[in-house]
Design a protein around this ligand. Structure first.
Ligand SMILES: *Cc1c(COP(=O)(O)O)cnc(C)c1O
Length: 335
């Protein structure tokens, strides 16, 4: 059965070629503008929320509870989606949650960027001292139960909106990309994606909670298009979480789940850690701003584009490449 959705974003988002960067990097480089969803300052979470909010409404929930980092782009977009439907949005946040060890460097400010927008949206932010992700999940559950004790029907949304419905949204988005793919290359030789179809050789993007990567990986499995997620977190085990999410998505779409080793991930762009801007990421932000007038973000898309530049230079990626811009631009105002 096809999951139902509400309408939040303006889709299809634009797809266009990056002329200067193509020349500089020796690629046929295109960009998929999910920073321009037209919803709540853009970002990849709008797609997921179209399915998640439909489910929230179907369950008759009055309150949505989630968790994340203070500067979460997801919480901002969720807050906007909840506002549209008159649903209360509460989130347990830490300035910088971590996996095992607290980060040694400072991340983004906690009083600007997305946090400012959360305030305008009326998001009920519950701020806790930094701790491990598991602790944050416990805080979120406590918060949800508190609302339930007050008689509310509560809908819990995992970090980044990465439930099977979130992955479904990107399975659908893969089709959107395929439908708007550019015409075949005519003046290219072999090995340059000149096989005749307009398909991409690579899709590269920032990957974290996994639904973007899981959805796109399912859509393009068995095709010439390789789906490469540049991880924003220093956790090699994340592919195991992706496999779990894939199992959930597979139930919705009737496919065989992907195994952890079938996800292509790059771990080289994390820099000082999750939530902390990196030197290479900042260089990439500056590069794309100065060559194409397009802004990336310091935590996800900037690092991912930095990885793309390095992989193009080393020849590890080539041909026709789509950089999927996942948004996050408001975080630039928290640097
Ligand atoms: C959430 C987010 C990502 C990661 O997407 P996932 O589906 O959670 O893996 C990448 N870029 C930006 C800007 C984000 O906000």
């Amino acid at each position: 059965m096809t999951p139902s959705k509400v309408q939040l974003i303006q889709a299809p988002t634009p797809l266009h070629r990056l002329e200067h960067a193509s020349k500089d990097l020796g690629l046929d480089l295109w960009i998929k503008r999910d920073d321009l969803t037209g919803f709540a300052m853009g970002g990849n979470k709008g797609r997921k929320l179209e399915y998640l909010l439909a489910d929230v409404l179907a369950q008759g929930a009055q309150t949505v509870v989630t968790c994340g980092a203070m500067q979460s782009n997801f919480i901002r977009q969720l807050g906007a989606a909840c506002a549209v439907f008159g649903i209360k949005c509460a989130a347990a946040v830490m300035k910088m949650p971590y996996e095992h060890e607290p980060p040694s460097e400072d991340g983004l400010w906690s009083e600007s960027g997305n946090v400012t927008l959360d305030k305008w949206l009326g998001v009920d932010l519950h701020v806790y001292p930094d701790g491990e992700w598991d602790e944050l999940y416990t805080r979120m559950e406590d918060l949800a139960q508190e609302f339930e004790r007050r008689g509310q029907v509560v809908y819990r949304i995992p970090v980044g909106g990465s439930s099977p419905l979130g992955a479904y949204a990107f399975w659908e988005a893969g089709l959107e990309l395929a439908a708007e793919s550019p015409p075949p290359l005519v003046h290219r030789g072999r090995g340059q994606g000149g096989g005749g179809s307009g398909a991409f050789d690579w899709i590269v993007f920032a990957s974290s909670s996994g639904s973007t990567q899981v959805g796109l990986s399912h859509r393009f499995r068995g095709t010439q298009t390789k789906v490469l997620g540049v991880l924003s977190d220093p956790e090699p085990e994340m592919a195991d979480d992706f496999a779990t999410l894939s199992a959930g998505l597979s139930l919705l779409i009737g496919e065989v789940p992907l195994k952890a080793e079938e996800f292509q991930v790059n771990l080289d762009a994390v820099g000082p850690g999750y939530g902390i801007p990196s030197e290479d990421g900042n260089k990439a932000i500056s590069y794309l701003a100065r060559t194409e007038g397009i802004f990336l973000d310091p935590i996800y898309s900037g690092k991912a584009f930095g990885a793309l530049m390095a992989l193009a230079k080393s020849g590890e990626i080539g041909g026709r490449v789509c950089f999927w811009h996942t948004g996050g631009v408001p975080a630039l105002f928290a640097m």
